[in-house]
Design a binder for this molecule. Sequence first.
Ligand SMILES: Cc1ncc(COP(=O)(O)O)c(C=O)c1O
Length: 373
Amino acid sequence: MLYLDNSATTPTHQEVVDAMLPYWTDIFGNPSSKYYSQAVDAKVAVDHARQAVATLVNSKADEVIFTSGATESNNFLLKGIAMSHSNKGKRIISSTVEHPSVLETLRYLETQGFDVVYLSVDSFGRIGLAELEKALSEQPTLLVSLLWGNNELGSLNPIKEASELAHKYNAFFHSDATQVIGKVPVDLENLPYVQLVSVSAHKFYGPKGIGAAIVRKDEMGLSLKITPLLHGGAQENGYRSGTHAVPLIVGMGKAAEIAYSKLNEHRQHLLTLESKLKQLLMQQFGDVIQFNNDESNKIPGILSVQFKGLNNEILCKELAPVMAVSTGSACSSSKPSHVLQEIGCTMEQLRSTIRFSLSPYQSEKELDIFLEL
Ligand SMILES: Cc1ncc(COP(=O)(O)O)c(C=O)c1O
């Protein structure tokens, strides 16, 4: 069975599983405990993983806050900034195609008196810088939150330019980078105004249930004040209480090491696979398909394809014995895709759309399964 739903989640890499194993049974100590080896060694492992995640995004290790995943990171960063800094204003700018963990958090903040501006997007799901600047110039803004790369279309937003605009208008800048990590270079040292970033391990061959919020220090090296979601033992510099999930953190660290060392190779291979898949789809179904995504400036390995006249749910079900594909985001699979609606697809078009998301661990040969369909 060919698994083509790697944007929903990825299998845990065997080296990641192997790296995690000792931390369930032998090195099981609480890293916040002291003196004895099980605890000290667990702390060393958490620090090592923190450095690996920092290296992957080119930030500093003490800017990496471990969370349970990108949903938590998005909730923590958006609510936390809103609660800590509402004296700067109650206006937030985001976009209509964000992941539900951002959109629903923003809707909650609206009930708490925040005013959220949702920028519309172009036909490939990207925001426009002129619209962003217009929104920023209208009123003082507390925070801008924009998806780095779209989970359904792969389109990349102009994050550098958008963060510079946010800085110009004295707003914090957050980006949900969940889908780009391991597929697109993320170099935070060279993006000084991207202050807050959300990351999830299970999208880059790490375990599920672990992720990170990257909270950059300011030019003076000072930490940003963010009200935590979880109060308690003040782990993670007080940003995120709760005993560290050591095996999962070790797994995320190992996955980050592999993603970092293989980034260019994986990127190239995903591009090759994407172009082969595109070619096979054209060859087999050329007269009934249409691509929703464009070709450049996107995450490699994600294709969103309309199969005219077919129902995507039925198609996914029919294909399930031979191939795993999805109708779009796993997090909103019960509803028609808001992303496709926002780029102007009709209900008929979005009900005939399938997302294929490839893995760098797949071979070109495996895609020949399409020749038999
Ligand atoms: C863009 C984006 N943000 C956030 C998430 C949520 O991540 P997690 O499963 O780690 O909570 C996902 C997962 O599908 C995603 O694609």
